[in-house]
Design a protein around this ligand. Structure first.
Ligand code: FES
Ligand code: FES
Length: 343
């Protein structure tokens, strides 16, 4: 451990936050005001009118609050898309990221996304409370997959979403149409098919469903394997709105923007730090020994929200490089405290 920061250096960290903490929500840039460190992402989203994301358990157990976050990973130089529970995510933990909610995926007015269409046609929604969460989990899986996921991937991906109505079968059936069934179709290996033959993504075999769908909306509604879903084409819902296959892109500003330290506030004197160096974590901790370190907020979030604990200083360490390292050594595996479980 190196030398501690001096008082004035900590003050610099406190003042050196980005001038304008921002967030993109469904493609719209939003400035995050100071004073909201006690807010969860879910509270913020519902406050700005995006009530499609639901509050169920409030403790990360049911998935009703699932949204997708996207950020540019400087190490891999790739956009990362993740489904997260907005009920636990502190609002400022997604500063500089793009949040997509179910409203940004599709709706009846402007056209349902094929994932939503499929769930509706399979009767995978009854009371509908869990539905946005299932949609967002599936959406994040498809956006983060280089090739279509397997059936097993899909089932595993839904492990964090609970439904009290459907018994899950219709939901799983609705999403299975997005699964790959024949790996050879996604490599350059010859599948022995003529180039103009349509391959059904559900069965992995040539069929005529895709050709019919292109020409016939009614056939599309009745289609069992719905070959258009994997590779969406214009597709009409029952009210005539058309899904145009345009996905929300990752905001270019976030590709260029550099993360900076953050020091923001919340109610009851709450202070929120986002240091980017391990040394700064030590320094802030030296000044506030009782400060809590936060990554996914699955422990501190439950203590503060459901058990009325009060922690006046929170240090968000998710962006500290040393805590994100996953190293394989001769002696074993070294996993940083901020490494995501999925990694
Ligand atoms: S509301 Fe249940 S996981 Fe968030
Ligand atoms: S449809 Fe009612 S909880 Fe899932």
């Amino acid at each position: 451990m190196g030398s501690l920061m001096t008082e004035s250096e900590i003050d610099i960290v406190e003042e050196s936050g980005v001038n304008e903490p921002i967030l993109y929500v469904n493609g719209v840039r939003r400035v995050l005001p100071d004073g909201l460190a006690h807010f969860t992402l879910l509270e913020y989203l519902r406050d700005i009118g995006l009530t499609g994301t639901k509050l169920g358990c409030g403790e990360g157990g049911c998935g009703a609050c699932t949204v997708m976050i996207s950020y540019f990973d400087q190490n891999s130089k790739k956009c990362v898309h993740l489904a997260i529970n907005a009920c636990l995510a502190p609002l400022y933990s997604v500063e500089g990221m793009h949040v997509i909610t179910v409203e940004g995926v599709g709706n009846r007015r402007y056209g349902l996304h094929p994932i939503q269409e499929s769930l509706a046609h399979s009767h995978g929604s009854q009371c509908g409370f869990c539905t946005p969460g299932f949609i967002m989990s599936m959406y994040a899986l498809l956006r983060s997959s280089v090739k279509p996921p397997s059936k097993e991937d899909i089932e595993e991906n839904l492990a964090g979403n609970l439904c009290r109505c459907t018994g899950y079968r219709p939901i799983v059936d609705a999403f299975r149409v997005f699964a790959r069934t024949n790996d050879a179709l996604y490599t350059n290996e010859s599948s022995g098919l003529l180039s103009r033959e349509f391959v059904c993504p559900s069965t992995g075999k040539p069929c005529s469903c895709g050709l019919n769908i292109k020409d016939d909306k009614e056939t599309a509604k009745r289609s069992i394997c719905r070959g258009d879903i994997l590779k969406p084409i214009s597709y009409s819902d029952t009210e005539g709105a058309t899904y145009t296959d345009k996905e929300l892109i990752f905001p270019p500003e976030l590709l260029l923007r550099k993360l900076t330290n953050l020091c923001l506030n919340g109610s009851n004197g709450l202070k929120w730090y986002r240091p980017l160096k391990l040394q700064h974590v030590f320094d802030i901790k030296a000044r506030y020994p009782d400060a809590k370190l936060v990554v996914g907020n699955s422990e501190v979030g439950i203590e503060t929200r459901l058990k009325s604990f009060h922690y006046p200083v929170l240090i968000h360490v998710a962006h500290v490089p040393e805590l994100n390292q996953l190293i394989i050594k001769d002696e074993g595996l070294e996993i940083g405290a901020a490494v995501k479980l999925s990694n």
